[in-house]
Design a binder for this molecule. Sequence first.
Ligand code: BG6
Length: 487
Amino acid sequence: MSLVFDLVIFGGTGDLSLRKLLPSMYAAFRQKEIDPQSRIFVCCRKQSDFDTLFQQVETAIKTYIADEAFDEAALKQFSKIIVPTKMDLVDKSQGWEEFANSLLKHSDRVRVFYLAVMPSIYGSCCKNLHECHLISTTSRIVVEKPLGYDQQSAEEINQVMADYFTESQIYRIDHYLGKESVQGLLALRFGNFIFENIWDCKSIDHIQINISEIVGVEDRAAFYDEAGAMRDMVQNHLLQLLCLVAMDSPDRNEADDIRIEKIKVLKALKPITEAEIDQYVVRGQYVSGQVEGQDVKSYADELKNTKTQTETFVAVKAYLENWQWAGVPFYLRTGKRLARRSAEIVVQFKNVTHNIYSKSISHIQPNRLLIQLQPEEKIRLTLMAKNDKKDGNPLREITLNLDMSEKDRQVKPLAYQRLLLDVIKGNAALFIHRDEVSLAWKWIDPIIKAWKDNDDSLEYYKAGTMGPKKADKLFKKQGQTWFDYQA
Ligand code: BG6
């Protein structure tokens, strides 16, 4: 069924809008999920952006949509639902009246305001929307990281929005939750009896969540140097993935039930104190090296600041203090300029309790479930099976492919496409509650503070490797090591 709505993108000619939001909306339009009567208000402040807006939108779609998903005729039709809008988000005398009149022509429609702008102007946007009578029961607001710099600043941002919108109208995006394999993980966990009974510390040895990137800081050096990998990736994407993998079964597949379970996970995170930090956390920064055969500069050189202490790599061993996960380590790792681009969750089960084949169990590998989010989205289960080779081993490792069929794969939506359509439909299951943001910061803040107090904690790693060697030392048990994904 196609949807009729008004979507307003504040910051419409910015990076997020051009790279992700508009291409995703185009993809949904092409797949007939959007009714042609809908409107997308692409807001900008500069006259030059306004003059070239259609051209910018078309170029972005051609650039960021895969060739096989591109269709010139659909793009022409899609352009008709774009409403270029020149306005100043802070100054209500600049463009707001016309904008409001246009929106109010369809007062009964679902109205989505996407704030693809700095949090410092969320307050003015919300106030102006309120004063122009644009906030109704069918209005929603969408924001995404950075949601603060620490727990206190995040609370302030959340409060600014809460002054004008109810919590159920606020959609906080984490684009990792829109990736299809995340849906695959939930379907696997909550749709199968066999997993229901083995998803805890009795059966699982440890879990790894890895997001490695080959890119450096690109054109975001100033922002990144203030944030670092802990704020940029761990506080949000990695902890959200941790929540989904560790949460108990929600009563229903609905936003409120899922959020309750995710909040329980975040509350159960064992705090890492300053004294323990060396045992549980490793942070690093890349020096020059080679990535995919190309020489790349060090982070400090990219930044033109040799004194920078910002981490571009983090590895954490986290524990949850509850019955389900007692004693199970969750290894989180992320970094820039690493050897490969990949994102995966690996669930390693315990080994068989008794080996009937020989005295040594070394050739029985523990079962492993791999949920790959990038570069491809796939799910694999590794098991032991009978070995037909005459090499003396009774068993061999086999990998089952638990992916969707090839046919289903072709219609796989983009992460933002799925999330934006969910906002329009009012389905908040994949969005983050205010309390989740706050609890994630509460766990992160003391770690960042401890680093600040101890400059020596920064390890250096060569670009093109998988990070500092010290990260391997987080594993204390034999047989535990970073899972090395090979495509
Ligand atoms: C963003 C971070 O949230 O996620 C970036 O700010 C990072 O630093 C990006 O590169 C990674 O997302 P993806 O989907 O490309 O893995």
